[in-house]
Each structure stands twice: as C-alpha cells, then as structure tokens.
Design a protein around this ligand. Structure first.
Ligand SMILES: Cc1ncc(COP(=O)(O)O)c(C=O)c1O
Length: 353
C-alpha cells in the first residue's frame, strides 16, 4: 500500500490538516463501512440470536489476538476495554492499594491515569519525567510505578523497560500515546494500556489492557464477561487469562470497526510517522516556534506559547483548517503527526501559525 493509497482512506484529510490523533485519530472509510455493516446485520438478523452471539464472541477473540499482536503480548494476556482509563481503573481496583502505599508517577500524566491513581487511596508522588529522578524517588513503601510510555504533553518517550529493570517494581504503563504511534513491546511490563480511538484510528470507546500475569491480579471490577460460572452470592470462577478483566461488551460494531482499522495499518507506519514528526519539528523551528524537543521523542509535537494564548492559537489554526489542540495551563500547543500526514499538511500548519 502506497502512502497516497493509505492517506486516501481518510476523508477528513481531503479538507483539513488533521493533527489530532493524540485525542482521536482520523476515521477511515473502510472502518466506517465495517461499523455500518455490523449494525445492518443486527438490524436484519437480530442482535441477540444464537448465531449473533457466536459471531460476537468469535469477533472479540479475533480482536483480542490482533491487539496482542500489536504489542507483542500473548492473546491470554489481553483484556478488551473501552479506553486507557478503563485499563488503569481495572489495574488499580485489582491491586487494592491503601494509604500506607506509595505510587510513583510523573508530573506530565493525563487524568485517565491520575484519576484512578488518586481513587486508589495510595499516596501519589508526581516526579519530573526524568528516569534518574524517578528511580531515586523509590522508597520501601513504593508499590507501583504508573506512568506513560509517551507523555501526552511533549511526546517524550520514557524508558519503561529500563525503569522496570532499575526498580524491580510492578509497572503500569499508560500506552494511550504509544500504541499505534511507535513500536511497542509489552513483554516484561506488568500492565500496559492501549487506546483504540487514537493512533490505531479505531472507533471511540475501544481499547485494551495487557496483564502479564492475569492470575496474579484480583478481578476488582467484574463484569458479566469476567466469569465462567457463579454462585447465587456472586462468588465466581474467572474466565481463562485476561478475559476475566473485560469490563463490558464492546459494541460489536466497534469491534468490527477496530478490526478493520488494525487490518489496514500499513507496515511502514512507524518509520513514516517518526520521520514526518521530525520534519514537523524542523519546519516549526525554522518558522520561529519554540518547539519542545525531548531527547527521546515520539509523534506528538508541542511548541510553547504564552499560557493565556494557547486556546486562541488553536482557534486561529482551526480557522485555517488546521486541527491541533492546546494543553490548558501548560502553555503548549500540540500537533499529532501520523503516518498519514503529508508534507503539504506540514506546510499548511506552518503557514497558518
Ligand atoms: C497519556 C494519556 N492517557 C490517557 C488518556 C485517556 O485515554 P482514554 O480516553 O483512552 O481513556 C489520554 C487521552 O488523551 C492520554 O493522552
């Protein structure tokens, strides 16, 4: 599949410079077709027939395997969730931390991770996203490292495997800005979340959680899908593997949509996205923007503006058909550069600053 063919699948790119996959990726025509086809089938054949259930279960297992393949996990280690936030909540409900426990996170995390951390009742320490400082912050009370693989603020990549090795602690990795954007190997990490709607260009309300040792985490947030048998008092026998953590029956049309989106991912996506993000940083710098350039970086490109002007900067770009976002309170505007982004897109972004 050539770049032009891959790009042509996204109707939004015909009109807009769409640089917002860090929030929600562009939707491909084929993904929508798969969603509609599945809805139509329900309309014609009934959504709760025996054959419909058989098909839904088979499609879920197909999706579980596809998601596992994307992050190097075993299919038994993957739960199908609705979001990264879902994954963080499942892990933190299961770990049963309390006020005597400490969790180390960074100063640059999204509420999708921070909210579940706070609700856990553990003491949350937010450390600058510097690997040495993170390791130095560990105490005997530290029970978990919980941080992003790619920071949503600056696109900085954290060395999650090295942090795990250096501390020996369980690690919960927020993969919202990594899965689909950069190569991910979840092997060796305890918990890894995936958002389907961002860099995988799937439907909203899709995602995954990889649990390295499913039997080692309590099912703290059970759903009907968690059990293979249960007693009248709710005592239950969990399903095999990470299926026990599936928090809900993802709408079957969204399962079909995410499967279609994953099947259409071009092989060259990571190289192309990394090179285009670098080009974006270069062009922005040449145009005088104060670009944040972390040593290790992914496909989010941020530049500094006065904090009270970031919303206006985004609105100005939107008027020119360039869709980016600001990070409120941080004085940053962020462009999400994907494998579908063209040189023309970058030129329009820079011209519209
Ligand atoms: C780093 C990070 N974590 C979590 C989230 C929330 O993702 P989801 O909507 O899949 O829960 C986001 C979304 O922007 C994010 O950037």
């Amino acid at each position: 599949m050539t770049f032009e063919e891959a790009r042509a699948r996204f109707p939004v790119l015909e009109r807009f410079v769409y640089l917002q996959a860090g929030s929600v990726g562009p939707l491909a025509r084929g993904t929508l077709d798969a969603i509609v086809e599945e809805e139509e089938r329900g309309l014609r054949e009934g959504r709760g027939s025996f054959t419909a259930f058989e098909r839904i279960v088979a499609a879920r297992e197909e999706l579980r395997a596809a998601l596992a393949g994307l992050v190097g996990a075993d299919v038994e280690q993957v739960a199908i969730t609705a979001s990264t936030t879902d994954g963080c909540n499942i892990v933190l409900h299961g770990l049963e931390l309390g006020p005597g426990d400490e969790v180390i996170t960074t100063t640059d995390e999204h509420f999708g991770l921070l909210g579940p951390l706070h609700a856990s009742g553990a003491r949350v320490l937010a450390i600058e996203p510097d690997p040495e400082r993170i390791v130095a912050a560990v105490t005997p009370r530290t029970k978990l490292l919980a941080l992003s693989h790619v920071l949503w603020t600056t696109g900085q990549v954290l060395p999650v495997h090295e942090l795990k090795a250096a501390t020996g602690l369980p690690i919960l990795v927020d993969g919202a800005q990594s899965a689909g954007a950069i190569p991910v190997d979840a092997v060796g990490l305890d918990f890894y979340t995936v958002s389907g709607q961002k860099w995988l260009c799937g439907p909203t309300g899709t995602g995954a959680l990889v649990v390295a040792d499913p039997e080692g985490l309590r099912v703290g947030h059970p759903s009907y899908l968690s059990q293979q048998a249960h007693d009248p008092d709710g005592t239950f026998e969990p399903k095999e593997g990470a299926r026990r953590f599936d928090p809900n029956l993802t709408p079957p049309e969204h399962v079909a949509g995410l499967l279609a989106a994953i099947a259409a991912l071009p092989e060259w996506r990571f190289e192309r996205a990394a090179a285009t993000a670098e080009r974006c940083r270069e062009l922005l710098r040449e145009a005088g923007a104060d670009v944040v350039v972390p040593d290790e970086r992914a496909t989010l490109v941020s530049w500094r503006v006065p904090a009270d002007e970031s919303a206006a900067a985004v609105a100005r770009l939107a008027e020119a058909g360039v869709i980016v976002r600001d990070l409120p309170g941080r004085g940053l505007v962020r462009a999400s550069v994907g494998w579908w982004t063209s040189d023309g897109d970058l030129e329009r972004l820079v011209k519209s600053l």
